[in-house]
Every structure is written in C-alpha cells, then in structure tokens.
Design a protein around this ligand. Structure first.
Ligand code: NAP
Length: 284
C-alpha cells in the first residue's frame, strides 16, 4: 500500500484564501485584523520564522507589526511593550517569538499577553479553555494537525484510537486534548513509554512530535493508519526531515504528512486563522 499524502501547502493555500476573504469582510466594516510579532535578540531561526509570519500576514491582507529588539532588552521593558500591545486597538493578536534570551522569563511574558490576543495559544488561560472545551485560542501546530485530519474527513474521531508521541506544552499536550475533544480515544507517549511500538501499532492516528529522526518506523504502524509528522530534524545530507521514517511508513500508512510541506506551513496558517478570529470576536 502507498499512503496518500496530506499536502500542507495545498491545504494552507485554501485556508489562507479563506482568511483573506474574512479579513476583507472585516475591513469593509472598518476593522483591519492586526498581528504584532515581537522578536528579542538575533536567533537566526527565529528571524526566519518571524519574517515568514509577517509575510504571510501581508499576503492575506492582515496588518502586521514586527517589533525587533536587541538581546539586551530587559524583562521589564518587554513586559511594558506587551502591555502597550494589549491596549492597542489596531492589534488583535500578539506573538512573542520564543525562545527569549536567558535573562527573560518566557512564562512571565506569555502570561502578560491578554488571553483575548493570545493567538499562539500558549497562555495558561488558553490551555485551560481548551481543557474545558471553552472558547479560547488553540496552539497553532496541533490546531493545524486537526485541520489536516478534517481535510481527509476525520473531523469526528469517535471510535478511533489516536496515539500522540511527545508531551510538550506547545505540541503534544494540546494535541492530545484536541484529539480528545474530537472524540478520539487518546494515548500519550513520551521518553518514559516502555514499548512505543506496542502503542502505535494499535493506533488509527499517530502524531509524532518528538524531534528525533526515525522515531516511527514501518513496523510500528497499523496498515491504513493516518500518520502526522510534526518533527523538524536534519538528515545526514542536512535536509529537513521529520520524526517518521517516511520511505518505510508510506508503504504501510493510509495517509501521511510529508516534511517539508506538511505540518510546517499549517502552523503559520493557523496563526492567521486565529488572528482573523480574534479580530472577528472584537468586532462582533
Ligand atoms: P520537546 O519539547 O523537546 O518535546 C519532545 C517530546 O518527545 C517530549 O515529550 C519527550 O518526552 C518525547 N520524546 C523524546 N524522545 C522520545 C522517544 N525516544 N520516544 C518517545 N518520546 C520521546 O519538543 P516539541 O517542542 O514538542 O517539538 C517536537 C518536534 O516538533 C521538534 O522536532 C520541533 O522542531 C517540531 N515542531 C514543529 C513545528 C512545526 O510547525 N512543524 C512546531 C513545533 C514543533 P519527555 O517529555 O519524557 O522528555
């Protein structure tokens, strides 16, 4: 069997065009959805990420502001900037790019963002809203994975067993919660899981969010399962690859997401979706 690809680029194009339509409708009512992206320091990967986020906003007709600060910015100064953005009516979403320099407490800064503007979904209030099934903002990467499942007709996962590999606060845990809310039976695995393959072989859906190559190999996958690869690693040739042994697993799975071109573009797309959503909520 050769798995069908879930194309994150194609799905992103479709969702971003829906964002552009919603942004245009808001603009017609005098509201331009606005995202503020705050970058502190000169981490090269972060610089690429924020550039891509700002560019994606512009392409979808959203207003975006990129605030760049030297690594010497103090925590108090950053907190003051976040507060100013919380009070800025032209800004509907605020994203502080992580990691922050070591002298700044990430958690304190994220908690300073108004939950009404927390489009990254990392605030404790957003995580709590997800947990109890209330309206909030969802962490973008798992939200994108859910949209990928929806795109193949798997919006409701009643009767399905989903296995998430990884339990970080930004991917694994919110992913498990979203799958649970979609009615899946969910197992969360991590570095302390005794026999990962015994878990994944039972799964109808496997989401790998580990950050290690070949964590999931063909012998660990049930024939026909859906495999979502969140991982971002480099192979021996220096090329981007995921956590899944793509060549082997695609011969067993029913659907698979590629890396690159899978979950990656969906993450930025869901940031745009949440920003337009934030603007719609304030305009309602
Ligand atoms: P993380 O915080 O390092 O978490 C990794 C998780 O994997 C941990 O829960 C860890 O278990 C678990 N783990 C480690 N080795 C394992 C093993 N051998 N078997 C089973 N579980 C194992 O990473 P993260 O931030 O969640 O990111 C995970 C990956 O996704 C990274 O490659 C990252 O670059 C990528 N990512 C991609 C996007 C995107 O947009 N595509 C977005 C975010 C992250 P413990 O908890 O027990 O340590």
């Amino acid at each position: 069997m050769t798995a069908q690809l879930i194309d994150g680029n194609a799905l992103s194009r479709q969702l971003r065009s829906e964002v552009a339509t919603r942004a245009a409708a808001l603009k017609a009512r005098g509201v331009t959805p606005g995202l503020a992206v705050v970058l502190v320091g000169d981490n090269p990967a972060s610089q690429v990420y924020v550039r891509n986020k700002v560019k994606a906003c512009e392409e979808a007709g959203l207003h975006s502001v990129l605030e760049k600060y030297d690594a010497t910015l103090t925590e108090a100064e950053l907190l003051a900037r976040v507060e100013a953005l919380n009070n800025d009516p032209s800004i509907h979403g605020i994203l502080v790019q992580l990691p922050l320099p070591a002298h700044i407490d990430d958690h304190k800064v994220i908690e300073a963002i108004s939950p009404l503007k927390d489009v990254d979904g990392f605030h404790v209030a957003s995580a709590g809203a997800l947990m109890v099934g209330e309206v909030g903002f969802k962490a973008c990467t798992p939200y994108g994975c859910m949209k990928m499942l929806e795109s193949i007709g798997m919006k409701d996962l009643r009767g399905k067993h989903a296995v998430v590999i990884g339990r970080s606060n930004i991917v694994g845990k919110p992913m498990a919660m979203m799958l649970l809310q979609a009615n899946a039976t969910v197992t969360v695995c991590h570095s302390g899981t005794a026999d990962l393959g015994a878990m994944t072989r039972q799964a109808d859906v496997v989401v790998a969010a580990v950050g290690k190559r070949n964590v999931l190999t063909a012998d660990m996958v049930k024939p026909g399962a859906v495999v979502i690869d969140v991982g971002m690693n480099r192979n021996d040739e220096g090329k981007l690859c995921g956590d899944v042994d793509f060549a082997g697993v695609k011969e067993v799975a029913g659907y698979i997401t590629p890396v690159p071109g899978g979950v990656g573009p969906m993450t930025i797309t869901m940031l745009l979706v949440s920003t337009v959503e934030a603007a719609e909520r304030t305009a309602a």
